[in-house]
Design a protein. Structure first.
Lengths: 290, 412
């Protein structure tokens, strides 16, 4: 009984954590490379859900939504970066905050105007309905799928950042973009690519979580708070930090209600404060860059 | 933490940038200038002025719009914009979810706009901030179209307050004996951990225990929780045969969908306050909600001629089916009409005494303002979610007739 409960809660924690990675990675990579704090990131996640909703209602095909919605969000993210953020590189970060905050406001208004303020939900595809028996307990199939997709994407990204040429350029640009530029790489294109990547991941999370949870215009604001907390805990700009931070927060979300249901939210901020006191740059942040 | 969607960007941003807010602002300006032209600033005998103190931005904007739609359906569409030969005018301002904003709008409406009726708010916290303004001014009737907190009546009740909505007792406690008789004699309580959720579960608990039932455990989740799985595990571990819950909006959707995806619906029966399974949330809850019971004062699918006429009129006007908030707005319109038509004089106090104890021809069924509290005495529906050809819907399984509730020491 106890073992079963702990095992299931642990799986919950892993699942919550890994899905948070999808949202957080974009935020932290964009900050790490471009020093841009992207307040519109939650809105890109929200758009993923609403695009998914629209695609499912038109085509009736969930898989089409899973594929197309993130690409659309990526396209939009790329346009936002190219036309509005790019001209502001090198300026005081306040400019980026104001700009992306402005986008968050506009996208919230736009979504409410188009889809209305009521709560909606993307229907779970029939093949992913039901539960799976995991010996000790049974677990909803869709949530396992969610976990699987998140793990695969996280690992693939990890390998790409470590091993691929583009990953090397990315890391080099984050370290010293001027030098990379001097060596003949178009750094601006790298930035745009990273922004698109972050937007695609947020859009993907939007479709997946928009199926598992409610879709409403408030979802952007509620996710961005957790995502920022994870970035701060893990260390701004660190991929490893985002993964570990999301994992810790996922566990906190899962086990919190067992021990302190009243304080689940407060625990997140306590953890954040504790990490900042001991390691001001976050668990995996670069203290010199801070 | 407060609901993030309220406290973070959405609220602050909308104050300045929301288009509706801008329109509302210009409407108010227009209202002021019209009143100025008439000389003496409103309150004159040629017009009736209704002030909407509602959220038009943020999480609850949809509720605010629904209430306005309901009021206008009665006063503009059905009465042609006139009551007793007087033209109906409107002013509206956005409260967001902020009590202080609600109070200052109320003050402005009472002092500068000279409104005859105040319709709103959605949030009980906003209502508590508005109450002293309205009580001390005494120049307008307050048609409370959604704020259900029973403490508005318990703590120094005011005669200007008429609830065209419901109180927390009515949407929770009356379900207790039904659950005990028909579903289970033991329950676990789960609720959104804020004033409304706490009141609902406390009032249900009191009534359930007095009918001989046992409350096994209670589990509160923070408002705005998006993943309830850990809380659901606690609920399952309680071993109760039934659950009574209060959640609303996106919380209700997340809670119910996850409740069923973790298979809790196979071992326990979910019941709750009607906001848990309302017309607004059912579309997103889908078949997850099948077989669950809830209690509310308005059910759009209720099979009565009165309700059908309302649903038809509303759908024709706004191209969507009415929800409970629209019904509350509509009843506010009925109440305004009644207060004007039945009063001996044109002053607020004679309108108050005309409206107290009065019955309204509400789509929800029987409706009367209780003389002691000005809370509604009304029919409450116990509904079960069923699958139909039009998707999942609430089906009324029993109507509790003329539910009154306590007076909480108020005797007006």
């Amino acid at each position: 009984m106890v073992l079963e409960g702990v095992a299931r809660t642990a799986l919950l924690g892993i699942e919550m954590g890994m899905t948070l990675v999808l949202i957080t990675v974009g935020l932290t990579l964009i900050f790490g490379m471009m020093d841009v704090i992207n307040f519109a990131h939650g809105s890109l996640y929200m758009l993923g859900a609403y695009f998914g909703l629209a695609i499912v209602s038109v085509t009736g095909n969930w898989w089409a939504a899973l594929l197309l919605a993130p690409l659309l969000v990526g396209l939009l993210g790329g346009m936002i970066e190219y036309f509005s953020i790019r001209p502001l590189y090198g300026r005081n970060p306040l400019y980026h905050i104001l700009l992306t905050f402005g986008f968050a406001i506009m996208l919230h208004g736009l979504v409410t105007e188009i889809w209305g303020g009521q709560v909606q939900n993307i229907a779970t595809p029939a093949v992913l309905e039901g539960s799976v028996d995991l010996v000790l307990f049974s677990y909803p199939l869709f949530r396992l799928f969610l976990l699987g997709v998140s793990v695969v994407v996280t690992l693939a990204l990890w390998i790409a950042i470590r091993r691929s040429d583009f990953g090397i350029v990315m890391r080099a640009s984050a370290h010293d973009s001027e030098m990379v530029g001097a060596l003949g790489t178009d750094v601006n294109r790298v930035f745009t690519a990273v922004f698109i990547l972050g937007a695609v991941l947020a859009g993907l999370a939007g479709v997946l979580l928009g199926t598992a949870r409610a879709v409403d215009p408030g979802m952007a604001a509620s996710v961005i708070i957790q995502a920022f907390a994870i970035v701060v805990i893990g260390g701004m700009g660190s991929y490893r930090g985002a993964v570990v931070g999301a994992f810790i927060v996922g566990m906190l979300n899962a086990f919190g209600p067992m021990f302190a249901p009243e304080f689940t939210d407060a625990l997140l901020y306590l953890l954040m404060a504790a990490v900042l006191l001991v390691k001001p740059a976050g668990l995996f942040g670069n203290p010199e860059a801070a | 933490m407060r609901m993030p969607s309220e406290s973070m960007p959405s609220e602050k941003r909308s104050k300045r940038y929301n288009r509706r807010k801008f329109l509302a602002g210009s409407a108010t300006l227009a209202g002021v200038s019209v009143a100025g032209c008439l000389g003496g600033g409103g309150g004159d005998s040629d017009s009736i002025k209704v002030g909407f103190v509602l959220p038009f931005s943020g999480t609850y904007s949809f509720l605010g719009e629904s209430i306005v739609n309901g009021v206008k359906l009665r006063l503009d569409q059905q009465l042609g914009g006139e009551i007793d030969g007087k033209t109906v005018e409107y002013v509206r301002q956005d409260t967001g979810a902020d009590p202080a904003t609600g109070a200052s709008i109320t003050q402005e409406f009472l002092q500068s706009e000279n409104v005859d009726f105040i319709v709103g708010p959605v949030s009980s916290a906003v209502a508590s901030a508005m109450k002293p303004e309205i009580a001390s001014s005494g120049s307008a009737i307050w048609l409370n179209a959604n704020a259900g907190n029973y403490k508005l009546v318990e703590d120094s009740c005011t005669q200007y307050h008429f609830r065209t909505s419901f109180n927390t007792w009515q949407t929770s406690a009356p379900l207790a004996s039904y659950v005990n008789d028909n579903i289970a004699d033991n329950v676990v309580l789960s609720y959104a951990n804020y004033t409304f959720g706490q009141q609902s579960k406390n009032l249900f608990r009191e009534e359930f225990e007095s009918t001989g039932g046992t409350v096994v455990d209670e589990i509160g989740a923070p408002l705005g929780t998006s993943d309830y799985s850990s809380f659901l595990q606690e609920i399952e571990n309680s071993g109760a045969d039934a659950v009574f819950s209060f959640f609303a909006g996106s919380d209700a959707v997340n809670y119910i969908n996850q409740f069923s995806s973790f298979g809790l619906n196979e071992s326990m029966t979910q019941t709750g306050s009607g906001f848990l399974l309302s017309a607004d949330t059912l579309a997103a809850q889908g078949t997850s909600a099948t077989g669950m019971y809830s209690l509310l004062h308005y059910t759009p699918t209720k099979q009565t001629d009165r309700n059908q006429a309302f649903v038809d009129a509303y759908s024709e006007q706004y191209d969507m089916t009415p929800n409970v908030y629209a019904c509350q707005g509509y009843d506010s319109g009925l109440a305004a009409e009644m207060a004007i038509n039945e009063a001996d004089g044109t002053d607020t106090d004679s309108r108050v005494s005309a409206l107290a104890g009065q019955e309204l021809d509400s789509p929800r069924g029987y409706f009367r303002f209780k003389s002691e509290t000005h809370d509604p005495v009304m029919d409450m529906d116990i509904r079960e979610v069923v699958e139909t050809d039009d998707g999942v819907q609430n089906e009324v399984v029993e109507t509790l007739s003329r539910v009154e509730g306590p007076t909480w020491g108020c005797s007006l």
